[in-house]
Ligand binder design. Sequence first.
Ligand code: PGA
Length: 253
Amino acid sequence: MKNFLIAGNWKMNKTAKEAVEFAKALKAMKLENEKDVAILVPFTHLFSIADALDGSSIRFGAQNVHYEDSGAYTGEISVKMLKETGVDYCIVGHSERREYFNETDETVNLKLKKLISSGITPILCVGESLETREENLQTEFVESQIIKAFDGIDRVDVNKIVIAYEPIWAIGTGKTATPEEAEEMCRFIREIIQEIYNDSVISEQIMVLYGGSMKPDNAEDLLNKPNINGGLIGGASLKLEDLATIAEIASKI
Ligand code: PGA
């Protein structure tokens, strides 16, 4: 049976009060596959989300972190601070952070290493822009992102990272990659991991998610694909019913 992760990326949405109400309602649904469901929330909500989810196996996490332990980095949050909140996951290298906040392949790599050392599972985002796809350079682009992200990461740590393939042209646009396009890239990502580590167990076991306008009516076709282990879901994860429906679909595959 395939492992799944259905992770909601809330981005900069919901107040702490709304977040707690959502988390409590999600918990009350007692989803069959709770442990495969996560919500990735704004920093200010982490402690209250931890409380709200107490007693359930639903996971939670943050959307970014700094790679230094402490210091003069105004406005930043360290891995140690995240750890105190009890997070399971932290997104790294989301395309919005790469585009608007100067996230580079180098900082992504440093963040991955720091998170792994603290036992928080990074969700590493990769994915090409529309221009890159139109030039048919998407595989080279994603390959380069993966190689740089995994630089210096020990083979025993590879499966502590979740990869999310998120084509930028499909994020928040309502335009989903076809299940075939998503599957092809997720399979290719495993091939890159296989090439780097020369180990088919690692490349088969690593979790690879798809993200980009996943919603209840396209989730089944995407999640059915053999190389896709779940979804990183933005817009649809803000609606309780939609997130729960996608989780239920995953539980039946
Ligand atoms: P979307 O966002 O589902 O709204 O396209 C996905 C993401 O950016 O993680």
